[in-house]
Design a protein around this ligand. Structure first.
Ligand SMILES: [Zn+2]
Length: 405
């Protein structure tokens, strides 16, 4: 068992709301939070603990990357499934370590090549490698002629409710936590652009019903209003992208019986526009594909979702050449600069909302008595400059009360 620790002399962001406790204290006992509040309110029983002076640092909960692809090898976005299983596995071990060092103590996978996530989760949980707590995904589930209908390690293709139910059962057999399904497509793919639904309603309902009955959750790629409506109607848990929402889609999200967590994952569009030449694609082509418009539409959609109180989460499809592993905290910068959020609001998306998405019982993402002691100490003030989180030399990351070496 680790000794108790008390962190004092810093600014504490409990991530319950946007408030900060100056001269706060956090008492960590057996890997959990035993107290958070003003330093002069520390219980007497905390007196025997080792004291750590934060020296003015900012202490916040560990963040959750909710659109993780740890098995992606920073390859071209046009060649994600091409890395061999051997190379992808070795690279994924390094990615897990990078993600933890970047302040992300939890990750919800949005799709794995091969079965790498499941092996990774086992290695992390047994302490053989360092990495975030991980909800492991299987291969992307997609229909024939969906955006993921390509050879390589990326996808599992099935059509029809029964074939899809079987595919979900196979993922259960493999030990997957999150079934990732492609509902619509990508502007770079003429055979399945956004707005063209690759499944019929009956198929998506079959996937979600089967996954939920088998204790798995469902993450989906859904860009258009039609895709989001199909996803919410089928009761998926996590939606990635949601770029083109009309008010009816937002109302459906807001009225959902169980909370749906939405991650805009805008890094792809921003970096594709900025770096397309490195992929051999001209700026004109990217504009003609509609990516400038996609960013504008996403900004408008996020504004509607904020107004409706939808639970927005951080997570950005990192793991491709133009948005590599390790740069996950850029997502919070996009939330502030593109979506016009207050830095504290972006932090809440990364901590409180992400933690709730990972564990609805409330053990993660906030600093509250009883919650798991996943902490990030920041030499700097992310409420003043959200980009300090991108400098890992300023971060000390603590998972279950233990500092990452
Ligand atoms: Zn993705």
């Amino acid at each position: 068992m680790q000794p108790d620790k008390i962190y004092t002399g810093g600014r504490i962001f409990p991530a319950i709301d946007e408030s900060v406790i100056d001269n706060g204290a956090v008492w960590v006992r057996d890997g959990r939070i035993a107290y958070v509040g003003p330093e002069d309110g520390l219980p007497a029983a905390a007196g025997d603990s080792a004291s750590i002076d934060l020296a003015g640092q900012f202490l916040m909960p560990g963040m959750t990357e909710t659109h993780a692809h740890l098995s992606f090898a920073d390859a071209s976005p046009f060649a994600i499934g091409d890395t061999s299983v051997e190379d992808a596995t070795i690279i994924a071990v390094g990615n897990a370590d990078k993600m933890l060092r970047a302040g992300f103590t939890s990750a919800i996978s949005f799709g794995s090549t091969y079965k790498i996530d499941v092996a990774l989760r086992g290695a992390i949980n047994s302490g053989r490698i360092s990495g975030p707590r991980l909800l492991a995904a299987g291969r992307d589930l997609g229909a024939t002629s969906s955006n993921v209908d390509s050879p390589g390690g990326l996808s599992q293709i099935a059509d029809g409710p029964w074939a899809l139910r079987k595919a979900v059962r196979e993922q259960r057999r493999d030990g997957v936590n999150v079934v990732k399904v492609f509902i619509d497509g990508e502007a770079i793919n003429p055979r399945n652009p956004p707005g063209e639904l690759s499944f019929c309603d009956e198929e998506v309902i079959a996937v979600v019903d089967e996954a939920h009955r088998r204790k798995m959750r469902v993450a989906c790629h859904a860009r258009s209003a039609a895709a989001v409506k199909q996803a919410v109607s089928a009761q998926v848990d996590f939606i990635g992208h949601a770029n083109y929402l009309d008010q009816a889609a937002v109302d459906l999200l807001a009225g959902s019986k169980s909370p749906v967590f939405v991650g805009p994952a805008i890094a792809w569009e921003v970096q594709y526009l900025a770096q397309c030449e490195s992929l051999g694609v001209s700026q004109e082509t990217v504009r003609a594909q509609g990516y400038e418009r996609e960013i504008e539409a996403t900004v408008a959609s996020v504004e509607k979702m904020r107004a409706a109180g939808i639970k927005l989460v951080v997570g950005g499809d990192y793991g491709i050449s133009i948005a590599p592993h390790g740069t996950y905290a850029k997502d919070l910068e996009y939330f502030v600069t593109l979506f016009d959020m207050r830095p504290a609001e972006a932090l809440l998306c990364a901590t409180r909302n992400g933690g709730e998405a990972f564990d609805p019982s409330g053990s993660l993402g906030t600093l509250a008595k009883g919650s798991i002691a996943d902490l990030v100490l920041v030499a700097g003030d992310p409420l003043d400059d959200i980009t300090v989180l991108q400098d890992e030399s300023r971060l000390t990351v603590i998972k279950s009360g233990v500092a990452n070496p």
